[in-house]
Write a protein that binds this ligand. Sequence first.
Ligand SMILES: [Zn+2]
Ligand SMILES: [Zn+2]
Length: 283
Amino acid sequence: MSRTTICSLLAVVFFLPACLAATAQTATPVYSVEAIRYGTIKDFPVAGLVAGADKTRHMDIAMVFWLLQGDGRNILVDSGFYRPQFFRDWKVAGYQKPSDALRSAGLQPEDITDIVITHMHWDHADGFDLFPKAHIWIQRDEYTYYTGEAWHHPRTHGGIDPDDVEAIVKANIAGNVSFVEGDDQPILPGITCYIGGKHTWQSQYVTVHAKDGTVVLASDNVYLYENLDKHVPIAATLDSQSNLAAQDRMRTLASRPEFIIPGHDPAIFSRFPVVAPGVAKID
Ligand SMILES: [Zn+2]
Ligand SMILES: [Zn+2]
């Protein structure tokens, strides 16, 4: 065997696996993205969603969480609600427990590997403990504030339920919580979290690498398409300007304008194909 051949052989044996490994590391997984509707709150005042909206306007809003599947993971963005106290305060039409609504998408609760909680509001965080094997991702500042200082004043924990706070502290003690450290944070390959314009103390939104590009799951940082279309902040934000700035940034992150998905707009289920009861396929 010539010296050149030996050298070539050595190159293949030693360098090719390294190259393949490098390629495997850099290939971003592709996720399917679905919205799962688990209920409807009827006649909700639009002025509670879109800043400055006509106070006489009302609409039915969708209660939604999102399912991402790819790279061997089944990830939820938010988790809906199920504890009985919420049904005393709210009339929810067409309600399904989030763990049951998930079955429409062909999965069992124990199939969920991860849950990204966009914010601690009851209708997004309450359901996380329905998914026994899920690892929780939440902004550090959101967790720290709502497990601490938010309770030092009667007006700084609206929409946060004490049971949910206890549950997430228990999940943290059990080692099932990771903190997201601020803005533009990749938490898993193809999944990145951004801070979201102060819907709560440190709400976040999520970008997903999907088949046709980047999808932005805005959650309540954009309640309705109307916020985007009229360039108006959400009604519930601690800082309107930072909310608008977050919306503007979403436009730069989404591969298509229609890939910015609001938190409660029932039009999601007419703009995207409904592939199973309550399940819209976004990409
Ligand atoms: Zn909210
Ligand atoms: Zn909400």
